[in-house]
Design a protein around this ligand. Structure first.
Ligand SMILES: [Cu+2]
Length: 543
């Protein structure tokens, strides 16, 4: 970022918010009609270094968002007491929000509003990253439908590290359509953020070559797999080869945390709950099921409610995906202890990862418990039945795409130990002709995960995320009799999505609509180590 832009950002925070986003805000007024200064909610998020108690014994150094509500109803901001995670921001569709990010970290950062439809300079592209001590002012109208969105850092090459050390929170949107359904609210509307972490003997987080004890600096960011002292810095529990593999294949922690807590155990009333699941992990996929194999009722995905509830034995949840479950705990006798598990699955790498990572304690696809839920006694609350019609969800119409007969192909590639898309790594300001789209049109894109013929012939699942919009999944195909077939049962492709899991040897087609905002947006794998090492590109929306 140049000096002039930095100064604008800093001035912006001290004076009016309007400076930064004037052209964008005008395009964004359609649903609120308010002036730029008339915000409904104003929140300050201060990214700071801190210590929290996570495990018995020494406290853990973390990075987290310290939050303050400067304007808006008290319910708009829920700080997470005693956890690195959060806060939870709650807004209504149509509200205008201003959020000031203040960077109290020793390195640059920026926040991305995952799943929200906002102008490109409000989206948290890495080109907008701010340095230590600087402020970035976001202001936008929430036009998304009710749903469970979230926010996290997005500086280039360091997203994985910053999320891992604690920076992430939920952004929950409600609207009139959802209110009318009478879904569980209050304590029965329960967000569950699932993450995996590794700790050293002193309770400190271990991330590749970084730990917060070693005060990471701008100089320690990763520039490709082989650089940056990845091989020679000592780190507990992972040898040099293991670190290098993790930097490329993904960080897999051996401790499962729910809402920032290990060994999560919930006391639940015998009533219906809405469980809002977010996979906030860097790279781990969960295959979730109740231990007693009670069916799961899915009512929402990334972009809000489905048209109707779905019943599944188990559900896959890839990094950054959300799933809303409806569970009536009155169906079990008081005192029942239920375990939500992640079941064993084949990630399509043929067990290669476990071997090559020197025996990661909890490899991708290994089974483990996620949380226990104990059904309390007492009066069974009034169990409102779940409506069988949830939301007006239009049927996707692939014929409306400008390339209905020629889907754009995006191969997820691995070459010379670097991830890429069609063989290309990240280019901060660049977008190819293939990656240029016209405002007001729809396109079909196909992510292909069967092209990795790199030097090690690796393929892994990828969790593909497109910024700035919600799309629909219109097809999922096996790529023929090439290699192993991975386990893709339990993937929920229904509803509005912003992130889609593409298993090895699969091809997934999505229908995207580019509306309202021209500019430069990202699409990438949300396995953050893949993203940080090249599986990320821009697309450009032109008027
Ligand atoms: Cu990936």
């Amino acid at each position: 970022m140049n000096k002039q832009r930095r100064q604008i950002l800093i001035r912006c925070g001290a004076a009016a918010a309007a400076t930064l986003g004037v052209p964008a805000l005008r395009a964004d007024e359609r649903s609120s009609g308010r002036t730029a200064s008339g915000v409904d909610v104003h929140i300050e998020l201060h990214a700071i270094t801190d210590r929290v108690a996570i495990r018995p014994g020494a406290s853990t150094r973390v990075w987290r968002y310290q939050s303050r509500l400067l304007r808006g109803a008290a319910g708009a901001l829920e700080a997470s007491a005693g956890s690195y995670l959060g806060p939870i921001i709650r807004v209504r569709r149509g509200q205008r929000v201003r959020i000031d990010l203040i960077n109290g970290l020793p390195e640059s950062t920026i926040i991305h509003w995952h799943g929200l439809h906002v102008p490109d300079d409000m989206d948290g592209h890495p080109r907008h990253a701010i340095g230590p001590g600087e402020r970035y002012v976001y202001e936008f109208t929430v036009v998304n439908r009710a749903g469970s969105y979230w926010f996290h850092p997005h500086p280039h090459g360091r997203t994985g590290k910053q999320v891992y050390f604690g920076l992430a929170g939920l952004f929950l949107v409600s609207d009139d359509e959802e209110d009318a359904l009478g879904l569980p609210t209050g304590a029965q509307d329960l967000p569950l953020v699932i993450q995996d972490r590794s700790f050293d003997h002193d309770n400190q987080l271990i991330y590749l070559s970084d730990s917060l004890a070693a005060a990471p600096t701008e100089g320690s960011d990763r520039r490709g797999m082989m650089g940056g002292g990845m091989m020679d810095r000592g780190m507990a529990g992972m040898g040099g080869m293991g670190r290098m593999m993790a930097a490329m294949m993904g960080m897999f922690g051996d401790q499962i945390l729910v809402n920032g807590r290990p060994d999560a155990s919930l006391e639940l009333a015998p009533r219906p709950y809405r469980l809002r699941l977010l996979n906030g992990s860097n790279s781990r996929i969960y295959k979730l099921a109740w231990a007693d194999r009670s069916p799961l009722t899915v009512i929402g995905t990334d972009g809000g409610l489905l048209a109707a509830p779905l019943q599944r034995d188990h559900v896959m949840l890839a990094p950054a995906e959300r799933l809303d479950l409806w569970v009536d705990f009155a169906r079990w006798p008081a005192g029942t202890e239920l375990t939500l598990q992640s079941l064993a699955f084949d990630n399509g790498t043929g067990g290669m990862m476990g071997g090559m990572m020197g025996g990661a304690a909890l490899p991708d696809g290994a089974p483990f418990p996620v949380l226990t839920a104990r059904v309390q006694g007492g009066a069974k609350g009034q169990s409102a039945p779940l409506p069988q019609r949830l939301s007006a969800l239009p049927r996707p119409d692939p014929r409306a795409a400008v390339n209905a007969d020629r889907p754009k192909v995006f191969n997820l590639t691995m070459g010379m130990m670097t991830w890429g898309i069609n063989g290309q790594g990240f280019d901060m300001l660049g977008a190819s002709a293939l990656e240029t789209v016209k405002l007001g049109t729809q396109e079909i894109w196909e992510f292909r995960n069967d092209a990795s013929a790199g030097m090690m012939g690796m393929s892994m699942p990828h969790s593909m995320h497109v910024h700035g919009l919600q799309f629909r999944v219109i097809g999922r195909f096996a790529a023929g009799n090439v290699g192993r077939s991975a386990d893709s049962t339990g993937i929920i492709d229904e509803g509005w999505k912003d992130t889609v899991l593409v298993m090895p040897q699969e091809r997934v087609r999505i229908l995207l609509r580019f509306e309202d905002y021209p500019g430069l947006f990202l699409y990438h794998c949300h396995m953050l180590e893949h993203e940080d090492s090249g599986l990320m590109r821009n697309y450009r929306v032109v008027a």
